[in-house]
Write a protein of this length. Structure first.
Lengths: 237, 353
């Protein structure tokens, strides 16, 4: 059995999760501070990919990054690189589809966060950067972790938008989910079953990992130790 | 060390209009909940921006809407103790205090930490998390953390109101001792008049977003000046008045004439009489009026009489007066009895709107 689809799925999911992790958190952080009307509009636009059929997302994406699209044609002219029908096309698709998951869970966590912690930190002279990374993020860890894992799991299973921008090229763009479809279509149920099994194992492993992480982090220990060890080593200026 | 605040901020229907000055002392902001006390502290701390006005601390302009100055909370050097203490739950006691000492030189940090731990009786609790501490310990950590940031002004937002009465007394004693060690200005926000009377020397009453001029705490209780201030200071009886002569008024709600010890200001609209200052008299006389006992309630150490002014023929069942007396003094009084109530002229307080 050629394991390329597993490798390809994992790298696409991992890269798009890293991208949505930062963009989703940044969006959640800044949009939570905008006026109510702006918040409503942005919220709607950013959540749209979650409720739209993935094929619609794929369709828009094709129109943008296809060889004739405004972005795709420019990149082709400048770098001679195609943005569709290559393995990394899937990253664009999965990033867009998984972004709302990260954004919404992070925003929920930030909104539930006790603002007086930030206020008191500011009056104590602590920088906003410190407060974000050492106070806000550790205390929102559960929500952010849940969002990250959800985004990763969704990226791994993403089919509709991915298949529209990457097609199915064995050994080049094939992912687990496109392979399952392809093998079933070819009547190769045995191989399809194998990939279904792989998918089940990965999903189960992800969910177990989440549960373990949540239990481990229930006692918030890390950040405090950080401050103490920094102090002892004199790392911080 | 002085702070002068003069700010206005509109939030929906609510208009905050706060103005006061304080030197090296504990100034209380006394007001019922929702009157804008906490809002004022947040504006001074810089976490909220007033619409207009000016805040000056020790000659440093923290906020001036006309000159476009608005320092960030970090630049202000103002410590604010939140009602829930706002300790970082993911850091230990030491971590919470050290996070503020980050900028200090390394060898100073340990020294300052142990000094603060000692001063606030926190030795042995360094590696505890806030969730493992009692309310009192959390408050001490929060205060230690504020003093670690070396503020020129400390503001306390209802520091004792979340505690039950026994712990409260213990913490209040501690708080007073710690406040005495702090050499700057302290703003103390509370809705509890007794607390303010015990802890502070100066007070500004806030009512529906508006602050009244700063006065001595003793004066607030002896001559509160306005009706809201009188009610906040614990005065339970008041009536609308009509001025009859410079020293006599007709209490319209009670249907009686009362004499005051000093001239009643022209702009007085009410008089107030504290429940403790009303006595039971022998018969007619100066400031004596007949009443009917509506209800007699036993409190822990005293009895509370609720009476209606007037006699059987002219009783006013809708206006009630509350009298608090030692249990012995009212042993023979029953509900439905008629009696004479008196008040000394000096205990009749004229009040403005």
């Amino acid at each position: 059995m050629d394991l390329f689809p597993l490798y390809n799925s994992l790298r696409v999911a991992a890269i798009s999760t890293v991208i949505t992790f930062f963009t989703g958190i940044a969006a959640a952080y800044y949009i939570a501070r905008t006026p109510r009307i702006v918040k409503g509009v942005l919220d709607c636009v950013l959540t749209l990919p979650m409720v739209l059929p993935p094929t619609v997302v794929g369709f828009f994406l094709l129109k943008m990054i296809g060889p004739l699209g405004p972005v795709g044609s420019r990149v082709l002219d400048l770098f001679g690189a195609k943005l569709v029908m290559v393995w990394y096309s899937a990253i664009f698709a999965t990033t867009i589809v998984t972004f709302p998951l990260m954004y919404r869970t992070a925003r929920g966590a930030f909104e539930a966060f006790d603002k007086t912690l930030l206020y008191s930190g500011q009056t104590l002279g602590l920088s906003n950067t410190f407060l974000f990374w050492r106070v806000m993020m550790p205390n929102c860890r559960q929500g952010i972790l849940a969002g990250t894992v959800l985004a990763f799991a969704r990226a791994l299973g993403e089919y509709g938008a991915t298949t529209m921008v990457t097609g199915y090229i064995p050994g080049r763009t094939a992912t687990i989910s496109t392979s399952v479809y392809q093998f079933w279509r070819e009547g190769n149920d045995a191989l399809a079953y194998k990939w279904v099994a792989v998918n089940l194992i990965i999903s189960a492993a992800v969910l177990i990992a989440v549960n373990l992480l949540e239990n481990r982090y229930r006692q918030p220990l890390r950040a405090a130790k950080d401050v103490l060890s920094d102090e002892e080593e004199g790392v911080r200026p | 060390m002085t702070i002068s605040v003069d700010i206005r901020k509109r939030m929906g229907d609510f208009l905050l209009d706060a103005g006061f000055e304080a030197g090296n002392e504990v100034l209380a902001l006394l007001g019922s909940s929702g009157c804008g006390k906490s809002l004022t502290l947040k504006c001074v701390a810089g976490v909220l921006k007033p619409d207009e006005g000016r805040i000056v601390l020790d000659g440093r302009v923290l906020f001036d809407s006309r000159e476009g100055i608005n320092l960030s909370p970090q630049e202000r050097g103002v410590g604010l103790l939140f009602q829930n203490y706002a300790l970082f739950p993911n850091m230990t006691v030491a971590g919470n205090i050290l996070s503020v000492l980050k900028k200090e030189r390394r060898d100073h940090r340990r020294e300052k930490l142990s000094m603060l731990l000692e001063k606030f009786y926190l030795q042995g609790l360094e590696s505890h998390y806030p969730s493992q501490l009692s309310g009192g310990q959390q408050q001490r950590v929060a205060l230690a953390r504020i003093l670690a940031s070396d503020p020129s002004l400390v503001m306390l937002d209802e520091p004792l109101s979340a505690l039950d009465s026994y712990l409260r007394w213990q913490l209040e004693t501690e708080l007073v001792r710690l406040l005495e060690q702090f050499e700057g200005t302290t703003l103390y926000v509370s809705h509890n008049r007794s607390e303010v009377y015990r802890i502070c020397r100066k007070v500004s009453v806030m009512h529906q977003g508006k602050s009244e001029p700063v006065c001595d705490v003793a004066d607030l209780f002896e001559k509160p000046g306005t009706l809201p201030a009188a009610l906040l200071s614990g005065c339970k009886n008041y009536s609308r008045i009509e001025r009859l002569s410079p020293r006599t008024v007709s209490a319209l709600d009670w249907g009686v004439e009362l004499t005051c010890a000093a001239d009643v200001p022209e702009d007085s609209r009410y008089i107030g009489v504290r429940a403790h200052y009303l006595k039971i008299g022998e018969g007619p006389g100066e400031n004596a009026f007949p009443c009917k006992v509506q209800r007699k309630a036993e409190d822990v150490f005293e009895s509370i009489l609720t009476v209606n002014p007037g006699t059987n023929g002219s009783c006013r069942p809708n206006s009630i007066i509350r009298i608090e007396l030692p249990k012995d003094a009212v042993r023979d009084i029953r509900e439905g009895d008629d009696l004479w109530v008196t008040v000394r002229p000096r205990d009749v307080m004229p009040l403005r709107q």
